[in-house]
Design a protein around this ligand. Structure first.
Ligand SMILES: [Zn+2]
Length: 232
């Protein structure tokens, strides 16, 4: 009931904000014929939102969101350029028999609060605090982060505990990320340093040249890469 309430609330809130609620198919066709679609979306693709970097206050008012629906009927909002990049990734992976879907993308601060409460109820406070970002500090507030799930061999794999049972599928997905402008945000080789558990499903759009650079130097987290290349 609580969850439904927030979904309805979030949807209403977003519908009042989203200027262009578009059918994904139509959206995709329009994009292919209109090269200005990406140029118009002047997002700061390298924005850092984490435990110590809160979402800038004016971020959400400039956010250009596209709405779509996943296979379990969740309404999903994604930043427009990120969504186009995701469609390219999805198309590429379909050729390998992996049918990608969106579990979660843009989240409002209120919705993040709800997730934290639900995880606390389901898994206990320690696990919830370790795996769910504090409201205001989730990368999902940017619209540039996506949690993936997939269907493979006719099986829909949706829950986190099931998703981790498919390392060979994740390997194929992760290999394609950079060429579509995405990075794996919480890889297992950074487990000790990013202070969150391994999340093979959480990808982040940064744009193609940056993604290739970041994914090709897997010794550093996104935070460390930013520090070395962009500074404060
Ligand atoms: Zn995520």
């Amino acid at each position: 009931m609580n969850q439904l309430f927030y979904v309805v609330l979030t949807t209403l809130f977003l519908l009042s904000k989203v200027s262009n609620v578009t059918n994904p198919t139509i959206e995709k066709l329009a994009y292919m014929n209109d090269t200005t679609a990406v140029a118009e979306s002047q997002m700061d693709n390298l924005i850092l939102v984490d435990k110590t970097h809160r979402l800038p206050e004016d971020w959400e008012e400039h956010l250009d969101l596209v709405m779509t629906v996943n296979s379990v009927s969740d309404v999903i909002f994604v930043e427009r350029t990120t969504y186009h990049a995701y469609l390219g990734l999805k198309e590429d992976l379909a050729k390998e028999g992996i049918d990608l879907d969106l579990d979660s993308a843009y989240r409002s601060v209120a919705y993040q609060q709800d997730i934290l409460e639900r995880f606390t109820e389901k898994y206990g406070e320690a696990y919830a605090r370790r795996t769910v970002a504090t409201p205001g500090t989730s990368e999902h507030h940017t619209g540039l982060a996506i949690d993936l799930y997939f269907r493979v061999d006719g099986v829909e794999v949706y829950e986190n505990e099931d998703l981790v049972q498919y390392p060979e599928v994740w390997e194929k997905i992760h290999a394609k990320l950079a060429e579509h402008g995405f990075i794996l945000r919480y890889p297992n080789w950074k487990n000790g340093e990013v202070d969150l558990t391994y999340e093979p499903w959480h990808i982040r759009y940064v744009g193609k040249p940056y993604a290739e650079e970041i994914m090709n130097q897997p010794l550093y987290s996104f935070e460390e890469w930013l520090e070395k290349n962009v500074g404060d």
